[in-house]
Design a protein around this ligand. Structure first.
Ligand SMILES: [Zn+2]
Length: 224
């Protein structure tokens, strides 16, 4: 069964039958259905990820994405949830999912999502883009720095993510998709405790070493 369904994936030399099975069983939440979320969604569909739940506060946007998804991919294993991020725990069984991917535009929502991921001990692939700049990191709750270890929410008030004209967006979506696949396949990558930044203007990739903040409001006070 896997050989037929994953025929194209198996052309990738490193992908074995057991990897195809892991992908077929993986359950992923994509938060944010703007341009970044749509590209990540297409990437995960091409990897034949088992189940994908897409979430957005923008009902019109998530409906459009779901329509596109349904038309293009039958939407069999894809569910759509239009909700404020604060409310997703009431609507989605977070613990049933393996990974959350942050493609949200608002930093307020990103911080809420980070809190939910840490609370539920789910890996979170953070991504953000604005014009030519993008960044990505893998957050493994209680193992690596979370978003709250890096910034106070108030530090991000003036940051406006802008996906409208954004040359960095495909690169960040690709990195987020690969980071998610690595976690599903149990492969290590360099995005743990590292903020990888990309500037499309000068084509520079930079790695910024991160570490957990023992005084983080989000991940330091909860006993595992
Ligand atoms: Zn933290």
């Amino acid at each position: 069964m896997y050989r037929k369904k994953y025929k194209s994936n198996l052309l990738v030399r490193e992908l074995k039958n057991e990897d195809a099975q892991k992908l077929s069983e993986a359950k992923v939440i994509i938060a944010g259905t703007g341009v970044l979320g749509s590209i990540v969604l297409a990437n995960l569909i091409s990897l034949k990820t088992g189940k994908i739940c897409i979430v957005d506060t923008n009902e019109k946007q998530s409906k459009n994405t779901s329509k596109l998804t349904a038309r293009k991919y039958s939407g069999k294993n894809i569910c759509v949830c239009s909700s404020n991020i604060e409310n997703i725990e009431n609507l989605i069984p977070i613990t049933d999912y393996d990974i959350i991917i942050d493609c949200l535009e608002s930093y307020d929502s990103k911080f809420v999502l980070n809190k939910i991921a840490v609370k539920n001990k789910k890996p979170l692939i953070h991504g953000a883009v604005t014009e030519t700049y993008g960044q990505v990191t893998s957050i493994i709750p209680y193992e690596t720095a979370c978003l709250g270890c890096l910034f106070q929410n108030s530090d991000t008030k003036d940051i406006k993510t802008n996906e409208k004209v954004c040359p960095a967006i495909n690169a960040i979506a690709a990195l987020q998709s690969q980071a998610a696949a690595d976690i599903i396949l149990g492969q290590d990558n360099d995005l743990r405790d590292v903020l990888l930044t990309y500037n499309a203007e000068d084509l520079q990739l930079k790695k910024i070493k991160l570490s957990r903040n023992p005084e983080c409001d989000i991940c330091s006070n909860i006993i595992c």
